[in-house]
Design a protein around this ligand. Structure first.
Ligand code: SF4
Length: 115
């Protein structure tokens, strides 16, 4: 005869099995696909990809007048004091004033030429 105590004991045991099973299944993915906790980051596909940027930062870019292609010859992010060049393996730089990818040939109203 099953008692209430047996029922609770069995329910706890089944919960443990389900949790353990789901953990194992989650760890058995495509071996070629890197794990999320193995350094995967949200690198933009192009310098125009703002998918990882907050709406506030996107608005800040607009307020500063950032454009991907400079309208002024010889004045661009690549020769601006505030430009941060791309890291190793990255194609987009960034700016000290806002978050998100920046084109080396971009420009904004805060352009500060290297002397
Ligand atoms: S301040 Fe403007 S021009 Fe200078 S790097 Fe940032 S976005 Fe480019």
């Amino acid at each position: 005869m099953n008692t209430r105590r047996d029922f609770i004991r069995n329910a706890i045991g089944m919960s443990g099995l389900l949790l353990g099973g789901s953990f194992l299944v989650s760890r058995c993915g495509n071996p070629k696909k890197p794990a999320k906790d193995a350094g995967e980051s949200k690198k933009p596909v192009s310098c125009s990809d703002l998918s990882g940027i907050s709406p506030e930062e996107i608005e800040k870019r607009k307020r500063l007048g950032y454009v991907d292609e400079t309208p002024i010859a010889d004045s661009n992010c690549g020769n601006c004091k505030l430009y941060l060049p791309p890291g190793k393996g990255e194609s987009c730089g960034s700016c000290s004033l806002f978050k998100g990818p920046v084109e080396v040939n971009g420009y904004c109203t805060y352009y500060a030429p290297l002397s």
